[in-house]
Design a protein around this ligand. Structure first.
Ligand SMILES: Cc1cc2nc3c(=O)[nH]c(=O)nc-3n(C[C@H](O)[C@H](O)[C@H](O)COP(=O)(O)OP(=O)(O)OC[C@H]3O[C@@H](n4cnc5c(N)ncnc54)[C@H](O)[C@@H]3O)c2cc1C
Length: 372
């Protein structure tokens, strides 16, 4: 997509947002089922590390040695699920340009490795995934995982070429996820998502650079008396991906397409060099930092508490209480509560104080929006 297309797209998105005044009125009567944030409903609390690069995710090919070609596909921060199909498509293109080999090794079995491997297997390649941890024990299983490019790069650190690739990949990916919605075996669905803000923004937000049309039904409310005292509310539909269901389905599809999955840990480049395959795709997420020496990448720690499922919760939200982030998204098997972004924190231990803060914050939101 070139800049002119982009301008057309954002102009279209702005017009679409204005045309949304009617749904805004219709939504006023909506009832929010009451979220039950009782401690007795907690089923687990876990921390995960988002593989964040201020300069954005890396997709490129290089020579690892005389014998081997390496294709990178890593560093997707808080948006690895979101970007997975688009980024895999970029990686497959880079691979096609760099090498013509049938046998491919994909390192990593999170959402990036699985998607890339599946795409390659469907193109007739003979693909083996090698990974230390398999689903459900990957960061990808911890993801919230709502479709949206968040905590992905620092806009001050990327160039135009990156932004164009990012937009292309985001749009490709969102389109790819739409096709899973009708099949419950993938755990992908649309939900209404709300951003509740205590303050009115100084300026009306501009259309997202990748196009507001990726979030259908976008409306902005500025009516605290109808919206539980929130000064500004943004509502739209988002694709929700249930990672436990979705990753299992990807593994099935990959094996069904002839792919193999092997459990293996790589401690040095020599371990990679010993693989039989002459083309290796690096989808190691945060693991790429140590193995390939990318010091730009840092963890952004996020903690999630899961509650017993409440099938009547048909919405998600992002908000803040006392200046701290909070978000809630329903999965088929659980309610996911989150709200932390800790740059540079490597700890995978649950922080019980932070869990307490989130539980109290979410209980306050529940009381506010569902009147209890
Ligand atoms: C709290 C939280 C909330 C999030 N919410 C969202 C969201 O709403 N939407 C969204 O799109 N994204 C979200 N994310 C981000 C998303 O989880 C990541 O971007 C994504 O999981 C990255 O996928 P990946 O496949 O690159 O890495 P991973 O899932 O970490 O997979 C890496 C793979 O590489 C393997 N590996 C690593 N090092 C080695 C090694 N040395 N040897 C062998 N194998 C190795 C691992 O075992 C694993 O199989 C969230 C993340 C967190 C923590």
């Amino acid at each position: 997509m070139n800049r002119r297309d982009l301008l057309k797209l954002t102009a279209f998105s702005g017009a679409a947002a204005l045309a949304a005044a009617a749904p805004a009125r219709a939504e006023l009567g909506r009832r929010f089922a009451r979220l039950d944030v009782s401690p007795s409903r907690v089923i687990r609390t876990v921390a995960g590390l988002r593989p964040y690069r201020p300069e954005g995710f890396v997709v490129r090919a290089e020579r690892l040695s005389r014998r081997k070609t390496l294709v990178h596909n890593y560093g997707h921060g808080g948006a690895g699920v979101t970007m997975s199909w688009g980024s895999a498509a970029l990686a497959v293109r880079a691979l096609d340009e760099a090498a013509n080999e049938r046998r491919i090794a994909v390192l990593g079995c999170g959402v990036i490795g699985l998607t890339t491997a599946l795409m390659l297997a469907r193109r007739g390649k003979q693909v083996t995934i090698y990974a230390a941890d398999l689903p459900p024990h990957t960061t990808s299983n911890i993801a919230a995982a709502v479709w949206g490019p968040a905590t992905l790069f620092n806009p001050a650190r990327v160039d135009d070429a990156f932004v164009e690739r990012f937009i292309w990949a985001a749009r490709y990916s969102q389109r790819a996820f739409q096709h899973f919605v009708n099949d419950p075996a993938y755990g992908v669905r649309w939900i209404r998502q709300y951003r509740f803000s205590h303050r009115t923004p100084e300026r009306e937000p501009e259309a997202a650079v990748y196009g507001d049309d990726l979030f259908p039904g976008l409306v902005r409310h500025r009516d605290p008396t109808s919206w539980f005292g929130y000064a500004a509310v943004e509502a739209h539909y988002s694709l929700m991906i249930d990672p436990d269901i979705y990753l299992r389905a990807l593994m099935r599809d990959f094996e069904g397409a002839g792919g193999r999955i092997a459990s293996r840990r790589f401690d040095s480049l020599a371990d990679v060099e010993r693989l039989d395959e002459r083309v290796v795709v690096n989808c190691l997420g945060l693991g790429a930092r140590a193995l390939f020496g990318d010091e730009e990448m840092i963890p952004v720690r996020g903690q999630m508490t899961f509650l017993m499922a409440q099938p009547e919760i048909d919405y998600g939200y992002v908000t803040s209480e006392n200046g701290h982030l909070l978000y809630m998204f329903p999965r088929r098997g659980a309610i996911a509560l989150g709200g932390s972004n800790e740059y540079g924190n490597w700890s995978l231990e649950p922080d019980w104080e932070d869990m307490h803060r989130m539980m109290i914050g979410h209980a306050a939101v529940a009381a506010r929006i569902a009147g209890g």
